[in-house]
Design a protein around this ligand. Structure first.
Ligand SMILES: O=C(CO)COP(=O)(O)O
Length: 121
């Protein structure tokens, strides 16, 4: 089970809190993590092992979208900042769209991510 972790800057603290809160459930040898570059660095600070791709604005969302399309990523936790503007908005929308195209579970906030995690337990 590969889970992608992505958080916009305004949501990185929420991502770290989420990962810390659920560390026990997430440190499961059946789960591997990938992330966009900066989110991945934060996630590693919680003790998780994470494969990092490029930062979002440099194409990290697109790299993760490609893994969704290829069936390698099974779940996406993408804590979007609905208040922010992002230069790579087209990439963000592409990733969200492709999760729906390929029926890949996508959590855009911690409450939904918790429900998905409960399902994995
Ligand atoms: O911009 C992002 C998602 O669109 C996140 O990228 P970073 O994790 O590199 O900040």
């Amino acid at each position: 089970m590969e889970i992608a972790l992505i958080a916009h800057d305004g949501k990185k603290a929420e991502m770290v809190n989420f990962l810390m809160k659920h560390k026990e459930a997430l440190q499961n040898n059946k789960i591997t993590f990938i992330a966009t570059g900066t989110t991945g660095k934060y996630a590693e600070q919680t003790g998780l092992t994470v494969t990092k791709f490029l930062s979002g604005p440099l194409g990290g969302d697109a790299q993760i979208a490609s893994r969704v399309v290829e069936g390698q990523t099974n779940m996406v936790f993408f804590f979007r900042d609905p208040m922010g503007k992002h230069p790579h908005e087209p990439d963000v929308n592409m990733l969200l769209r492709l999760c729906d195209v390929h029926n890949v579970p996508l959590a855009t906030n911690p409450a939904t991510a918790e429900m998905l995690l409960d399902h994995l337990k």
